[in-house]
Design a protein around this ligand. Structure first.
Ligand code: DX5
Ligand code: ZN
Length: 229
């Protein structure tokens, strides 16, 4: 997989005083997907940004770059519908927010054609709890930090979760996507790829890198790693 597809910069790590400049850099680097963290101050303590910022960003950049909306929100299926209506087609929701179970998921997928829906799960949630729902989703988002803040340290337990999902996927001939989010840098990112992750969400490490192109190039050997695994 190409590095521009492998790495999903998280907007949360961007310089908000220079948002347009940051977005233009992503486009120039050929980044395929921007990770867009929505925090509601309820499922997680902080409030980040939501629909209001999505609209102008999507209208200016939506044709050049995909938006990968990570909903850290209660009442999450309502937000799925809202972001879908605004143009989002790649959305991750949290297992821990689905109090009413999985009943609504099939309905939402039938209702919203072309939606790619991933199931995110927090560090305290076991992989064995989410795996049975693989057929309802297009992928999993393994949280390698407690959701709610950027700049935290990678939790190595995530590696085993990725490996479990990858093993399950391979041994059953499945094709769901595996992404990982939180504390990803060059070293933790490579470990995740080796365990089977397809996509790496990078907030601080990407946006703080003085040379973002050079940061991306650290993952240029992704194909080789993949072939060897
Ligand atoms: C954390 C968010 C992440 C965050 C990652 O709750 O879901 O997407 O932006 O930031 P870093 O890469 O700094 O851990
Ligand atoms: Zn995220």
């Amino acid at each position: 997989m190409e590095k521009e597809e492998r790495i999903r910069p998280s907007l949360l790590g961007a310089d908000f005083l220079h948002l347009k400049r940051e977005m233009d850099i992503l486009v120039r680097l050929g980044i395929r997907s921007l990770h867009y963290d929505v925090m509601d101050g309820n499922f997680v303590p902080d409030i980040s940004f939501g629909e209001k910022l999505f609209v102008p960003l999507f209208s200016r950049y939506g044709k050049k770059i995909d938006f990968d909306v990570h909903l850290m929100t209660k009442d999450t299926l309502r937000h799925v519908r809202q972001f879908y209506a605004l143009g989002a087609r790649n959305i991750a929701i949290h297992y821990e927010t689905l109090d009413e179970g999985m009943d609504g998921i099939k309905r939402v997928k039938d209702e919203l054609p072309g939606l790619s829906l991933s199931l995110a799960f927090s560090p305290e949630t076991k992989t064995s709890l989410v795996m049975p729902f693989h057929s309802l989703f297009d992928g999993f988002l393994v949280m390698s930090v407690v959701p709610g803040k950027g700049g935290q340290s990678f939790m190595p337990e995530a590696l085993e979760k990725i490996a479990m999902l990858d093993y399950f996927r391979k041994s059953n001939g499945l094709t769901f996507d595996i992404a990982v989010d939180g504390g990803i840098d060059a070293s933790t990112g490579k470990m995740c790829i080796e365990k089977g992750a397809d996509h790496l969400v990078c907030g601080s490490s990407f946006f703080k890198a003085e040379d973002k192109g050079a940061f991306l190039s650290l993952f240029a050997d992704g194909d080789r790693i993949e072939e060897g695994r």
